[in-house]
Design a protein around this ligand. Sequence first.
Ligand code: THG
Length: 368
Amino acid sequence: MADKVLSISRRTRATPFSRRVEAAGVRGYTVYNHMLLPTYFESNEFDYWHLCQDVQVWDVSCERQIELQGPDSMRLAQLMTPRDISRCAVGQGLYAPLCDSEGGVVNDPVIIKLADDHWWISIADSDVALWADGLAQGYGLDVRVGEAEVWPLAVQGPKAETLVSRVFGDEVPGIRFFRSKMLEFRGHEFMVMRSGYSKQGGFEIYVDDATLAEPLWDALFEAGLDLNVRAGGPNLMERIESGLLSYGNDMTRDNTPFECGLDAFVDLDADIESISLPALRRLKGEHKKQLVGLVFDQMVVIDAFEIEADGSLVGDIRSHAWSPRHSSYLAMAMMSRAYLARHSTVKINDKIARIVDLPFDFDAISED
Ligand code: THG
């Protein structure tokens, strides 16, 4: 695949940071929400170690903000998710699956409350705006649905707090997980949230003024010179080690949140109006498949997604990567619960994998 290129056009939308991303030497892109998303700069593994040790700036503009505005905006957001959003504070984000009337996962965004009548749904890779607008029309809701002119910039890694504090000031360390503050840069107030698609710590800056995108990028790189700041992106190895799910890879609309292990984000007993809750109440405990972790003690070449055992299909591999920290090969697989009830290992390409719960618990794994 090394000789392939991604053909770029207006459909693969650029971002206000694209010139800086190119100048930083981006080597890999994927397309996410019809927009370019950098995947790596030096190499997957180089970027991995750098993310775990220093600090990176990520152009995650593709985390599009589906904007709901108007008196029925909260009602619409609640219709889409089985997670109870009634106690969400202004400026708070909630990781929440969006599910259809059969319980299928439509997306797994961060839902952000800006005001009682103003919400952002910070989406993963599927066309939520179309679905949201259809629901708004069908239910006759008084709400405007749009895609906001906002391009999130993530700062991730152990030195992220130091770097973001240098640019946005002393209030940064006081921001709690999935909470935000409005902080000033060049006379403009930006929402700065402690969040991001890695477990190395960090922040996301919701850039809602494109003219300040390059100045902000440059300020972060100037302030981070001695912190060894580099450009990066969501890192496959790190996010699999950390058990962060990727919509479209690890789960699709064919899966329920229970199959994906997202039970904690489904409030079955809440007194809320959510189109998926009736189906999810019926499906609880009834699911036939489960997303699990596979751990190989050695490198393995994954050249097919289907997992067969004794001549029958028992699951499929969703994502996989080498784990540099644990010197093992990791996969996330959707496997039949009938198989899981009887087996704790599975053979793929003649290599044995241990089957473990997600997120990976490496202390427990290494004790075995
Ligand atoms: N940030 C923002 N928007 C996003 C993402 C993000 N949209 C797309 C994608 N990422 C959505 N998917 C996720 C998946 C996991 C998390 C966030 C977004 C996440 N999970 C934590 C965990 O699993 O430990 C916390 C979950 C919790 O306890 O609330 O952070 O990254 N803006």
